[in-house]
Each structure stands twice: as structure tokens, then as C-alpha cells.
Write a protein of this length. Structure first.
Length: 170
């Protein structure tokens, strides 16, 4: 009598292995399909986020000056009111201009703009541009004697250097 092992029976082991392989293949295909769907969703989410960010950046650019321009409206109103006055004296005109300049400088300062007016200070090549040099008995050599045009800093970054005359070194 021969002992028959199930593994020796043709077809039984192949069927079990075939069923196992088919189940594994089906599970792998299902997982692949799920991963593809997740990948497509993530790509769509990233694309939507990119579009949102681009829109937000565009809106920020478009309205970046809103605060500054809103602050300038009273200055414009003052200038228009000054121009509407008919027969007035030069002194009144000057006073109106001084008040309007004061308003304008406040708006500029509130938005980070600071004047560079360095008369009597040492020459600073990072903030000043020397136009000429002169002999000066009242200023130390290297000090700014005269300012032709004020410089401006915007949030501590040079917007325009001051054009200056510097006392000469002997």
C-alpha cells in the first residue's frame, strides 16, 4: 500500500498556489488602484493650493499700497481745499503748504519712509553721495557741509542717497 500525500496529488498544490497567487494579484491591483486615486487627489489638492496661493499673491500685489494710498487721501483733500481758496495772501498759502507737507510726512513716516538729512554729520557712503568737497572752517574734515537733496530710507533700506557737499581733508 502506498501512502498518498496530498502534495503529491497533481493539481491540488497547483490549485492552492494558483488561488493564492490570484488573490495576491487581485489585492495588489486593488492597492495600486487605491494608491493611484490617492495620488490623483493629492495632485489635484496641490494644484488647487498652488492656484489659491497665486490668487492670494496677486491680490496682495494689487492692494499692497492700500494703506499708503488711504493715508494720502487727507493730504489730497488738503491740497484741493487749498487750491479752492480764491484771493488769499502768500502767508496763508505758505501755512497751508506747511500743514499739508506735515500731513504728507506723517503718512510717509507711518509707512516706513524716513528722511536722510545729514548736515553736520560725518559722511556715510552707504547713505550719502558726495557731489563735491569744500574747505570749511566750521566743519570737521569728512563732515557733511550742505545737502543738495535729502536722501530717503524705506524701512531702513536706502531708497535714495542724500546728495551732499563734504568738508575737505587737508
Amino acid at each position: 500500500m502506498t501512502n498518498i500525500d496530498q502534495n503529491d496529488t497533481p493539481g491540488v498544490a497547483e490549485t492552492d498556489a494558483g488561488t493564492t497567487l490570484a488573490a495576491q494579484l487581485e489585492a495588489a491591483q486593488a492597492e495600486l488602484t487605491q494608491l493611484r486615486e490617492e495620488s490623483l487627489r493629492e495632485r489635484a489638492d496641490l494644484e488647487n493650493q498652488r492656484k489659491r496661493m497665486a490668487r492670494d499673491v496677486e491680490m496682495a500685489r494689487k492692494f499692497a499700497n492700500e494703506r499708503l494710498l488711504g493715508g494720502l487721501l487727507p493730504v489730497i483733500d488738503s491740497l484741493e481745499a487749498g487750491l479752492a481758496v480764491q484771493a488769499d495772501t502768500a502767508q496763508h498759502l505758505r501755512e497751508g503748504m506747511e500743514l499739508t507737507l506735515k500731513q504728507l510726512m506723517k503718512v510717509a513716516g507711518d509707512n516706513g519712509l524716513v528722511a536722510v538729512d545729514p548736515v553736520g554729520q560725518p559722511f556715510n557712503p552707504e547713505h550719502h553721495q558726495a557731489m563735491s568737497m569744500v574747505e570749511s572752517a566750521t566743519h570737521a574734515p569728512g563732515d557733511v557741509v550742505q545737502v543738495f537733496q535729502k536722501g530717503w530710507l524705506l524701512n531702513e533700506r536706502l531708497l535714495r542717497p542724500a546728495l551732499v557737499v563734504v568738508a575737505r581733508h587737508d
